[in-house]
Design a protein around this ligand. Sequence first.
Ligand SMILES: Cc1ncc(COP(=O)(O)O)c(C=O)c1O
Length: 369
Amino acid sequence: MDNKILVTQTSMPSFDEYCEEIKSVWDSKWLTNNGPIHNKFKSQLADKMNCDNIELFVNGHQALVNVIKSMGLSGEIITTPFTFASTTNAIIEAGLVPVFCDVKLDDYTLDSSKIEDLITDKTCAIMPVHVFGYICDIDAINDIAKKHDLKVIYDAAHAFSVKYKGQDIANYGDCSMFSFHATKVFNTIEGGCLVFTDSALSENIAMYRNFGLNPLTGDIEICGSNAKMNEFQAAMGICNLRHLDNEIAKRKIVSDKYDELLSSVDGISIMSAQADVDRNYAYYPIVIDDQVYPLDRELLIELLNENNIFPRKYFYPSLNDTKAYKGLYKGVTPNSSQISERVICLPMYADLDVSSVEKICSIIWSVNR
Ligand SMILES: Cc1ncc(COP(=O)(O)O)c(C=O)c1O
């Protein structure tokens, strides 16, 4: 186990730092339901993202379901199949219908030139994903949404701390959801948040997050869920926030090393940096063209596994090809299927040492000579 290099490793504060942060819980005995640590963390996040409206959640998935319900949406949502199941699941769980739009081959985000063809009188929103921390065509998506009076809900699960044109990515679209799962650049063990522009949504979002309870009247006004972030999660967030910039700087070193060593392997594509974007280096995806590279994806994974290296097939299958959803929803998405069949995410985390990156890359090179 010890010398296995896994696809990710969770960033954690020191044990003492975390204990210090949760000490007050033993005095207050206030474990959840908007406690003082939760509120402190919430205001730290609002400052960091420079946003007025934010709500914290037990996880990112519940946050996505919540905002669809809180906006009172119905009908169809145009989204990408090249994502984690949560994006599509949330739409369906909230009682709406996903419509799959294809993605671009260069950055795997929604192809904005294909969105308008999918708009019908039932379309109420677009749910793009800043996949792997690469941002979508924000300006084009915004123009389409304005023209057709649609909401834009970004699944920004991978994009915490990313900036576009100097502004935190949270400030684009009607709403952005961030995941703070243990596998993410920044974690609260499990957790997530919504950042939204319309302050009138706050009341609904808070009620859906807490069983539909109106705190003023004590009445149950809507059929809500239980999706609150607890004090232990928030304390982990407060600690991890202190170290975030350093973690991202360390990830950049790993990413730069991969770029340097993999940019000229025939048949392996790496992703380029995007203009006007400050990255978070959340993942390191590569796409294998087995017409050119001597191994197909499965064989390359096998070879890496034999060397104790464990990349992951993120995201596979493309959601339109999954057992749950195959053939059920509209959309023709060959690019998404093609990338899903060929992509792997290489190990990427702040404490991955450069010698491990060199080892991984030399194995990838070894069959190419
Ligand atoms: C693209 C995407 N959306 C949504 C989620 C759901 O987030 P969470 O795990 O915090 O519920 C994830 C989780 O990994 C994800 O990768």
